[in-house]
Write a protein that binds this ligand. Structure first.
Ligand SMILES: *Cc1c(COP(=O)(O)O)cnc(C)c1O
Length: 399
């Protein structure tokens, strides 16, 4: 892979080392032109764009066409992914569909304490709506396999722990869950574009994810949802919006789900943001996820080893021998101030309460030179206690 050529496809401000692509990916250079094109279509075509806009089939066909392009990166067959709405919404949708497939008498949704809170909150909200004895059971990440009992209806996990970076064995857990009669919902927020994912090979029932992290489609970019191909025509879509209807423009009074993955569509697609997503996906054409994964592990190990040698006060949040996603997390009671001091020097990572300093290593635009410079900055900040200044302690709304 020509990593330098890939890096050149992103806009990155001078003097910035961006180790936060796991939270909001940088802008691919192709995005402004793609958005300009769609703005032009909007002004010229007006409502005709739904039928005649770019991509051949018009704007209306984009969610599933772009879903297929995402599918290539997560091991999903064409026609099994569609996009739109936010990840929180997609979690709710997939979970509600999964619950509907649950075996008799099962009333437990199993998740883990490494899951991102919104996934757990959405499960709580769904349970409160159902009002018929469902419970959410949250166990430690390492205890999930042993918690796959006959009470469990649905296993809902995020593959990578957003705090520590711990990576679940998706294929292994999915196999055990399926053998125990449990429906699976995987959240790929920190996996799509970060490491190899094989949804089909794992036999996953449902998966969801966002496109503004490793896929670089921009703030508020649409989420995606995957349904195993042989389940699609039986799945109850839960969010039964008109664009998931079999014939939206028949304007029937009754809902009748569309064929295949189309039934997971909800409402009007976010066309401007889909244009940004399309340009962001162009960068991934020809990219081999195995090569991305290998290089991300090399960069992560280089950073972790450098920090271990030069910053003894920063404890790794995850032992190096435990499988991880594409991030390295460190712990320190003053983590927030340390991250602020780093940002002041142009090294952008982020902080996750209570004490995690988090750094993403995305080989599309980070190389050895950036890793080494980030270690130098971090070591200087720790050696000089440069984080201990009032301005670095003042908390902002988004950390
Ligand atoms: C980033 C992330 C989200 C964010 O959800 P939005 O609805 O897009 O704000 C949800 N779940 C996980 C696991 C995440 O990492």
């Amino acid at each position: 892979m020509d990593w330098q050529a890939l890096r050149d496809r992103f806009v990155l401000p001078d003097g910035v080392i961006y180790l936060d692509g796991n939270s909001l990916g940088p802008m691919p250079k192709g995005v402004p032109a793609a958005m300009e094109r769609v703005l032009g279509e909007w002004s010229e075509l007006l409502i005709r764009g739904w039928n005649a806009g770019a991509g051949g089939e018009g704007w209306m066909g984009w969610p599933t066409r772009l879903g297929d392009r995402i599918g290539r990166l997560i091991g999903a067959a064409p026609g099994s992914v569609t996009c739109g709405d936010t990840l929180s919404i997609r979690v709710y949708q997939a979970l509600a569909s999964a619950i509907h497939m649950a075996g008799d008498g099962r009333r437990v949704i199993l998740s883990d304490s490494g899951n991102f809170p919104t996934d757990l909150y959405m499960a709580e909200g769904l349970i409160a709506t159902l009002r018929d004895g469902w419970i959410l059971r949250v166990v430690a990440p390492e205890d999930v396999a042993d918690a796959l009992t006959e009470e469990v209806a649905v296993l809902m996990l995020t593959t990578v722990d957003y705090r520590t970076g711990r990576l679940h064995d998706m294929a292994g857990l999915d196999r055990r869950a399926t053998a125990a009669g449990i429906v699976t919902v995987w959240d790929l927020a920190h996996s799509a574009g970060a490491h190899e994912v094989d949804l089909a090979g794992a036999g996953a029932d449902f998966a969801v994810g966002c496109t503004y992290k490793y896929l670089n489609a921009g703030p508020g970019a649409p989420a995606f949802v995957y349904v195993r191909p042989d389940l699609q025509d039986a799945v109850r879509p839960a969010l039964s919006g008109w664009l998931g209807h079999d014939a939206p423009f028949a304007f029937d009074l009754d809902y009748r789900p569309g064929a295949g993955i189309e039934r997971m569509r909800v409402g009007t697609p976010p066309v401007l943001q889909l244009a940004a997503l399309e340009a962001a996906l162009d960068v991934w054409d020809g990219i081999d996820m195995a090569a991305v994964r290998t290089r991300s592990l090399v960069l992560s190990a280089r950073f972790a080893e450098g920090v271990a040698t030069r910053c003894p006060d920063l404890a790794p949040a995850l032992a190096m021998d435990i499988p991880r996603g594409s991030q390295v997390s460190l712990r320190h009671p003053e983590g927030y101030a340390i991250v602020q001091a780093l940002i002041a020097r142009g090294v952008i990572g982020d902080f996750r309460a209570p004490d995690i300093l988090r750094f993403g290593f995305t080989p599309l635009f980070i190389g050895e030179a950036e890793v080494d410079a980030a270690i130098d900055h971090l070591a200087a900040i720790m050696d000089q206690r440069a984080w201990d200044r009032p301005e670095f302690h003042a908390r902002q709304a988004v950390t």
